[in-house]
Design a protein around this ligand. Sequence first.
Ligand SMILES: CC(C)(COP(=O)(O)OP(=O)(O)OC[C@H]1O[C@@H](n2cnc3c(N)ncnc32)[C@H](O)[C@@H]1OP(=O)(O)O)[C@@H](O)C(=O)NCCC(=O)NCCS
Length: 132
Amino acid sequence: MPMKKLDGPMLDYLTAIDGSRHLAVAASADDEPVGLARCVRLEDEPDTAEIAVTVLDDWQRRGVAPVLMTELARWAYAVAIRKFRALFGDDNRAIAKLIGAAGIPLVPDGNGMLRADIEVGAILKLAAPASA
Ligand SMILES: CC(C)(COP(=O)(O)OP(=O)(O)OC[C@H]1O[C@@H](n2cnc3c(N)ncnc32)[C@H](O)[C@@H]1OP(=O)(O)O)[C@@H](O)C(=O)NCCC(=O)NCCS
């Protein structure tokens, strides 16, 4: 369910990037931000982090999100995060297509939400240069 207002503790939780519990990677062009990917480690599943990716409208469909996710995956793997969990509305065709194209199952999570668990290692493997 979307939140209408962020209170102090929730705002801190979402913005306090510490390189272990909460990681973030940004993309920019001509010194202007064009996209952001971040993840927050789950307290009860510490090898899993909830991921959120946003790309500015004018920059969508140019492959920015996969680049951000790969970079985030590198940082996440280094601090023992092995799985990204994505939660999104079932009407979000863009992210459903992006994740679904990789063959990752989308599971109904109630209240019109879908959930996908993405192996961090699989993202890194996809990004690795093919060996000769
Ligand atoms: C989901 C999102 C991050 C994808 O970023 P992106 O950089 O455009 O991703 P890609 O360039 O890899 O596009 C991959 C596919 O996503 C789909 N897609 C991306 N943007 C889309 C849009 N605006 N409308 C419809 N489909 C879209 C397309 O299928 C696209 O592949 P195609 O162009 O070959 O058809 C971006 O659309 C976004 O920021 N959405 C708003 C925030 C959001 O919903 N985040 C997901 C919650 S975690």
